[in-house]
Design a protein around this ligand. Structure first.
Ligand code: RNT
Ligand code: ZN
Length: 423
């Protein structure tokens, strides 16, 4: 039987089967189509950026391991790779840029000097391809962040350098927001922290608070920019103390009407971001996610459809919060085909979301409401074997992208034709 016919047949059966569990698959697919992931530009070149011909290795507590050949070495190559990635994802998605990915034209434009000029090319390219942009200041991989502190630095000169950088990044985000008629999510993460336990935790946090106040003193229309702050538990070289901890930013964001960014790799290993959705959204209108996978010390492994991701997506759907949760991706792996890694994580995120949308929610709620915890448990276990794959393949088919594992060959073909020639 032809692949397409089979996919349609499988979907028809799956629709019937889900209907018997009280789930409308067409409705789930409609909901899935409203979601735009924000794809991180930095998976394409190991967080290198284009400030100088030879990018600095990512520093500041984030580490990329591996040296698989074929990484993007220029803006052009990165754009080409991104188009390949988008072509393998059902739906319309966004692009998340870091400040270090501007077009600097061979000039030494330091971080406190950047402006929208270096991002005009990205804005035009994004427009051409119907992509919306999000933006991030780059407060790492720079001589002025080498000692592990930026916005909380004890030296006023260094602190004001980084304050100026972030202020300029917000200006750039505003330009992007204006050009694309969609707010640009401006997410701030800084590496500040220390390897060993400091005696003074108070002063760096006080300085960070003051720096943030200075940065956000400039108010912009929410239709152009949304400001988020990203916490972390520890990084390489900041094992004992991170200035911008979860409590710090949660409190700051609540008091100052900012958005918190929850990175799945930035919490204690058994702490689940899933559980935070229904807590945080009681008090905030929106939340930003960095979908990632923590493994031992690394917070940024390629995302797979594991229990953690599935429960996160379930919690978003169960809280009816799809419109209030911004889903960005954040992982980087230089040990395998980078396009393949990108697509794997993005597709798995979408699949987990689809799985959550297909959960027999009303049946589960009914069981819970009558305190029938056996049925609740058993139903969840049975739901795991419902034909999710048939719905996903149909979704890919109707979106015009490779279904099943066909896309793997596409990535391998791109490797032979393009990536392997990058020496
Ligand atoms: C680092 C944070 C941050 C970065 C990107 C590159 O731990 O997760 O989001 O990954 O800014
Ligand atoms: Zn992150």
């Amino acid at each position: 039987m032809a692949r397409e016919t089979l996919t349609r047949k499988r979907y028809d059966l799956a629709r019937e089967q889900y209907a018997q569990s009280g789930v409308d698959t067409d409705e789930a697919l409609r909901a899935l189509s409203t979601v735009s992931l924000s794809l991180h530009c930095w998976q394409g070149d190991d967080v290198g950026g284009f400030e100088r011909p030879e990018a600095l290795l990512a520093g500041g507590g984030i580490q990329v391991t591996g040296n698989y050949p074929g990484k993007a070495r220029s803006v052009e190559e990165l754009r080409m790779d991104l188009l390949k990635v988008y072509s393998l994802l059902p739906g319309k998605h966004r692009l998340n840029l870091h400040a270090s990915y501007g077009e600097f034209g061979g000039k030494q434009i330091d971080r406190d000097q950047i402006s929208a000029e270096q991002f005009r090319g990205w804005i035009a390219w994004a427009k051409q391809h119907g992509l919306k942009l999000d933006f991030n200041p780059t407060c790492f991989s720079h001589p002025k962040s080498d000692d592990g502190f930026t916005l909380s630095h004890p030296q006023p000169g260094i602190r004001s350098f980084w304050i100026e950088h972030v202020k300029r990044c917000r200006e750039i985000a505003v330009v992007m927001g204006k050009e694309q008629s969609s707010p640009c999510m401006h997410n701030l993460w800084i590496p500040d922290g220390s390897k060993d336990a400091p005696v003074d935790r108070w002063s760096p946090r006080k300085r960070l608070r003051q720096s943030l106040d200075e940065i956000y003193a400039v108010a912009y229309p929410p239709a152009l920019i949304k400001d988020s702050v990203e916490s972390k538990l520890f990084g390489i070289g900041s094992e004992a103390f991170v200035v911008g901890s979860h409590e710090f930013y949660l409190a700051y964001a609540l008091a100052n009407k900012k958005i918190v960014c929850l990175d799945m790799g930035h919490f204690h290993p058994t702490e689940l971001v899933a559980d935070k959705i229904s807590a945080i959204l009681q008090f905030f209108d929106e939340v930003l996610l960095h979908v990632s996978r923590g493994v031992r010390w690394d917070s940024d492994h390629v995302v797979i459809m594991n229990d953690e991701l599935r429960s996160l997506m379930e919690e978003i759907v169960r809280s009816d919060a799809l419109a209030r949760v911004h889903i960005a991706l954040d992982y980087f792996d230089a040990s395998l085909n980078r396009i393949g890694a990108w697509v794997t994580g993005a597709r798995s995120t979408l699949k987990a979301l689809l799985a959550a949308l297909l959960e027999p929610r009303s049946k589960l709620r009914e069981a819970e409401d009558r305190n029938d915890f056996f049925s609740r448990l058993a139903l969840q276990e049975e739901a795991k074997l419902l034909p999710l794959g048939a719905v996903w393949d149909y979704h890919c088919l109707t979106a015009g992208v490779s279904a099943g594992d066909d896309w793997i060959d596409v990535v391998r073909g791109y490797e032979t034709e393009v990536l392997s020639k990058r020496k």
